[in-house]
Design a binder for this molecule. Sequence first.
Ligand code: PSU
Ligand code: MN
Length: 291
Amino acid sequence: MIRLSREVEEAIRSRGPVVALETTLVAHGFPPGEGVAVALESEQRVHEAGALPATVGVLDGAVRVGLGEAELERFTVDARKVGPRDLAACVAQEAIGATTVGGTLAVCRAAGIGFLATGGIGGVHRGERLDVSADLGELGRTEALVVCSGAKSLLDVPATAELLETLGIPVLGYRTDTLPRFYSAAGGPPVSARVESAAEAAGIARAHWGLKRHSALVLARPPDESLEVDELIESALSEAEERGVAGPDVTPYVLARLHEQSGGRTQAANRKLIADNAELAGEVAVAYAGG
Ligand code: PSU
Ligand code: MN
């Protein structure tokens, strides 16, 4: 049920550096044409770091690990958003499934991939209704290092940081003492440890797993340029609430609204940080494989 591309299979077998990439952001995080461009750019940055990208998604009744451009295009038309609990139904019903961070981590565990890159992880949503991303549950049980720019800023970032602590997940700040807030570098809660290099992060991952901690580690890289969009986020969230947008639809709705309202600035920032995170994940995977 899990089909690896030949390159990915070979790299995993020889314990080479492999970085998993998710497809939810390709399908639901950007307008159709741009999602594929973001995916290809991320793959290229992983390559430039000397690692092999393995983009994950569900197609034709199988979980696919390592996708080509023509396959990526298929995710832009009516793909389901596939978290960990949705994988089985998506495979069995032969639907097209764009995997979230949580869904991708579940596949990493099954396939033996130790590194993943994304823009922002899911977490605890704001507001009264309980909505906690399944990304957190999978981070709690998957031995993988996830490079991101913190949690998406439409979330309750301090509550998300607390839950990461509860789950025993190290939150490493890449040249920062605080958890980035996706579009902005500053103002987030403290990280559990600061690192200065990819090699240092790889060393901590090795020690964590060597100590039989069977969880993920988050490596949080601040965006190079910060955007102040807190007010836009507030208004997009109340709009979502008024329109009855809930559950898995909240994230794509708010991201699209922000992209519109900021005149494309959030989209450009989102794209850049995803690609930068992909390269850093490649560097950590290379350091880990060589060390
Ligand atoms: N990061 C981005 N854009 C996205 C997402 C993350 O820059 O679209 C996606 C990821 O796939 C993440 C998902 O796993 O949003 C979380 O959604 P939810 O809060 O519904 O679990
Ligand atoms: Mn949710």
